[in-house]
Design a protein. Structure first.
Length: 215
């Protein structure tokens, strides 16, 4: 398909993109889709090929294209792309904030530099509770954020799986000043995400975003 939606107005274009995704899900067919709109490619593609002067210079999943552009051309091409619907929590976590495996002696993980917030983990490395001194802070699934009373949201720390996209993470952070706790599909603690982590990934200042030089 060669730029089939390029002439459509924005609302119809979005509708057609959604219908194409649903069609692909139902038919389970591979679709080759040509577009000059990177945001459209990020939304529709499982894998993206970027071409320069008729040659493919990089192929990868959307996260890889955004985080690890292999050439200056690709870096320039992706620098203004919206990563919020592509990047997942597992990629946003920095090395500083990655979780450590709990042992008999290290079942507590500090959620801030002052260690005033401590996350307790069980023997399988799953979050149990958070304490602020002697005061418990409620752990809540981020999916339930709309069900929580407005006055209670400031006293909650939200938990999200590592496949949660950045846009949803940002929506959760609107309601909470605390770090967001990230877990695997099995509920194992993977790390935390702070406002600084989100800003770094949006501003593309992380070490992972350096353009890879040709080997």
């Amino acid at each position: 398909m060669d730029e089939p939606f390029s002439a459509l107005d924005p609302l119809i274009r979005i509708k057609m993109q959604v219908e194409l995704l649903e069609l692909r899900r139902r038919l389970r067919r591979t679709i080759f889709f040509v577009t000059h709109d990177l945001d459209e490619a990020l939304k529709l593609g499982d894998r993206i090929a970027i071409m320069e002067e008729g040659e493919i210079v990089q192929i990868g999943i959307p996260e890889e294209i955004i985080l690890n552009p292999r050439t200056e051309y690709v870096a320039d091409f992706v620098k203004n792309a919206d990563p919020s619907g592509v990047l997942t929590a597992g990629k946003v976590i920095t090395l500083e904030h990655r979780g450590k495996v709990a042992t008999k002696d290290t079942r507590y993980y500090p959620l801030d530099k002052k260690s005033s917030l401590l996350l307790e983990l069980d023997r399988k490395n799953r979050p149990i509770k958070v304490m602020a001194g002697d005061k418990p802070i409620f752990l809540r699934d981020y999916h339930n954020i709309k069900e929580i009373k407005e006055e209670d949201k400031g006293n909650c720390i939200f938990v999200a799986p590592e496949h949660t996209v950045l846009r949803e993470i940002m929506e959760v952070k609107i309601y909470s000043d605390f770090p967001l706790i990230i877990v695997s599909q099995e509920g194992v603690f993977k790390g935390i995400i702070t406002e600084k982590d989100i800003l770094q990934i949006l501003l593309k200042k992380g070490e992972e975003r350096k353009v890879l030089k040709n080997d």
